[in-house]
Design a binder for this molecule. Structure first.
Ligand code: HAM
Length: 436
C-alpha cells in the first residue's frame, strides 16, 4: 500500500499570529511607543522565561485563567509547567527573590508574550504581547496617579484623542466591603458575586438580574441599586458612613482629582469594574475605546499589595497594569493612526555586474557597513534593469552597479532611486554621501 503524504498546512496554530516583516514593523512601532513612554517615567525593562511552574498561578490569580485558559503540560521530569498567561505572578516572583536587596520604589516594565486558551475573536487571541508596567514600594495614591498617567501618556503618544477613550476606575476595597459587610458574603460565595458583577457588561440585563437574584436572594435589590447608580455621588449616597469604607471611597476621589490636576479629564467611576484577578486589593482601572467597534479593554490594572505573600516575604505595596497589542492595534486602525511608512531595510543596493565582481562588491559592502551604512548585496545574476527594479521594490533608496569600469577607475556611480540623481564617487566617499 502506498503511503499518501499529507501536506502540512502553512497556517499558524489557532489563535496565534505570524509576523511577516511588514507586520512586524507595525508591531515594533507599538513596542517602541510602549518602551519609550515607560522610559520617560524612569521605568527599567526586565524579562523572564515564558515557562513557569504551574503552581505559581493557583490560588491567587484567576480561577477562569487557571482552570480554563492555561497551557499546562508535564515535562520529562514530571514537573507541571505553564506557559505564562500573564506577567504579574512572574514579576512578583522576581521582586520576592530580591526583596531584601532591591532599592524601593522599583519601577519596571516588560513586553512579554502571553498565552491564554481563549476563543479567538476580535481583540482576543491565544498569544498576545502585553506591556506590563508596575511600581513597587509606594503605598499611597501617588502610585496609582503615576501608573494611570503613564497609561494615559501611552494613549497620547499613539495619537488617540482624549475624547475617544475613557479611563474607568473603581476600588476593590469598596466592592469587597459591599460584598462582605453589606451582602454578608465571604469565601467562594463572595467570589461568585464579584465574578457576576465582572460579567455584567457581557450579559443580557434579564439574565444578569436573574443570576444575581438566585445567588443573592433578597439582597439583590441593594446590589442592583448600587450597580445602577448613575454616578459616584449617587453610588456613595447608598452606602453607610463607616470609616474604612469612607477612606476607600476617598481614594477614588483623590485619584480622580490628582489626575485632573495633570489635565487627565477622561476618568470615570465605574462600580461594575471588578477586574478578574484575585490579587487586586485597592484601586482597579481599565481603559476603553469609546468606539463600539472595539469593545474590549485596552489596559487593565490596579493595586495588588499582597501578592508577595505567596513567597513568604514581607509585603510590598504595588500598582501596575497590562496593555495588550491586539486591542491597541485595532484601535489605531480604527482611527487611522498606524504609521504607513517604515524605514527601508537598507541604505544602498550594491550590485555586481556579474559573478566575476562578487568579491570586489563584497569588499566595498564590508567597508561601508563598518562605516555605518546598511548594505544589500546583489551577487550578479540577472539583468541591470531587474536589479534596479529589485532595489526599488525593496524600497532601498540608493543603487550602484559595479563592474569592470568601476573596478578599474575606482569611481562608482551612486544613483538616488527616488530623485534619479547620480553621483560619481570614490569608494571612501560613498558613506558620507549617503548619510548627508
Ligand atoms: P488583563 O486584564 O488580563 O490583566 O490583561 C490586560 C490587557 O491585556 C487587556 O486589557 C487586553 O488589552 C490584553 N489581553 C488580555 N488577554 C488577551 C487576549 N487573550 N488576547 C489579546 N489581548 C489580551 C492582566 O493580565 C494583569 N496581569 C495586568 C496587570 C499588570 N495588573 C497589574 N500589573
Amino acid at each position: 500500500m502506498s503511503e499518501v503524504k499529507k501536506r502540512l498546512s502553512t497556517e499558524p496554530y489557532k489563535g496565534v499570529r505570524d509576523f511577516y516583516p511588514d507586520d512586524f514593523a507595525v508591531e515594533k512601532y507599538i513596542f517602541s511607543v510602549w518602551s519609550d513612554t515607560c522610559r520617560k517615567f524612569g521605568y527599567e525593562e526586565y524579562t523572564a522565561s515564558i515557562l513557569e511552574p504551574a503552581e505559581l498561578y493557583r490560588g491567587k490569580t484567576s480561577d477562569e485563567i487557571v482552570n480554563d485558559q492555561t497551557y499546562t503540560f508535564t515535562d520529562r521530569g514530571e514537573r507541571e509547567v505553564t506557559l505564562r498567561p500573564e506577567m504579574t505572578p512572574t514579576v512578583a516572583r522576581l521582586i520576592a527573590a530580591k526583596r531584601k536587596t532591591l532599592y524601593f520604589p522599583v519601577r519596571w516594565f516588560s513586553l512579554p508574550n502571553l498565552f491564554r486558551y481563549e476563543r479567538p475573536q476580535r481583540g482576543r487571541l491565544r498569544e498576545h504581547y502585553q506591556l506590563n508596567a508596575d511600581i513597587f514600594g509606594v503605598a499611597g495614591i501617588d502610585a496609582e496617579t503615576e501608573i494611570v498617567s503613564l497609561a494615559y501618556e501611552i494613549m497620547r503618544s499613539f495619537g488617540v484623542a482624549d475624547g475617544n477613550f475613557e479611563i474607568r476606575i473603581n476600588s476593590r476595597k469598596v466592592m469587597n466591603y459591599i460584598i462582605e459587610h453589606l451582602l454578608g458574603q465571604t469565601g467562594e460565595e463572595g467570589k461568585k458575586t464579584a465574578q457576576l458583577i465582572d460579567r455584567r457588561a457581557k450579559m443580557e440585563k434579564e439574565v444578569f438580574e436573574k443570576a444575581l437574584s438566585e445567588h443573592l436572594k433578597e439582597k439583590d435589590t441593594l446590589l442592583l441599586t448600587l450597580l445602577n447608580s448613575k454616578n459616584f455621588e449617587e453610588f456613595v449616597s447608598h452606602l453607610p458612613k463607616v470609616p474604612s469604607l469612607e477612606e476607600a471611597l476617598k481614594e477614588i476621589d483623590s485619584l480622580k482629582a490628582s489626575l485632573e490636576a495633570l489635565g487627565i479629564m477622561n476618568v470615570v467611576f465605574d462600580q461594575t469594574l471588578m477586574r478578574g484577578f484575585d490579587y487586586y486589593s485597592g484601586i482597579v482601572f481599565e481603559v476603553f475605546d469609546k468606539n463600539p467597534a472595539n469593545p474590549r479593554s485596552l489596559f487593565g490594572g490596579g493595586r495588588y499589595d499582597n501578592l508577595l505573600d505567596l513567597f513568604g516575604v514581607e509585603k510590598v505595596p504595588t500598582v501596575g497594569f497590562g496593555m495588550g497589542d491586539v486591542t491597541i492595534h485595532d484601535v489605531l486602525e480604527t482611527y487611522d493612526l498606524l504609521p504607513k511608512k517604515f524605514p527601508p531595510p537598507a541604505d544602498i543596493y550594491l550590485s555586481a555586474f556579474d559573478a566575476n565582481f562578487k568579491g570586489y562588491v563584497n569588499d566595498i559592502a564590508q567597508n561601508l557597513r563598518r562605516a555605518g551604512v546598511r548594505v544589500v548585496v546583489d551577487y550578479g545574476a540577472g539583468k541591470a534593469g531587474t536589479k534596479v527594479a529589485n532595489a526599488d521594490r525593496a524600497r532601498v533608496p540608493f543603487f550602484a552597479l559595479i563592474g569592470e569600469a568601476e573596478k578599474a577607475s575606482g569611481h562608482i556611480k551612486v544613483k538616488n532611486l527616488e530623485t534619479g540623481k547620480e553621483a560619481l564617487l570614490t569608494e571612501d566617499k560613498i558613506a558620507e554621501y549617503i548619510k548627508s
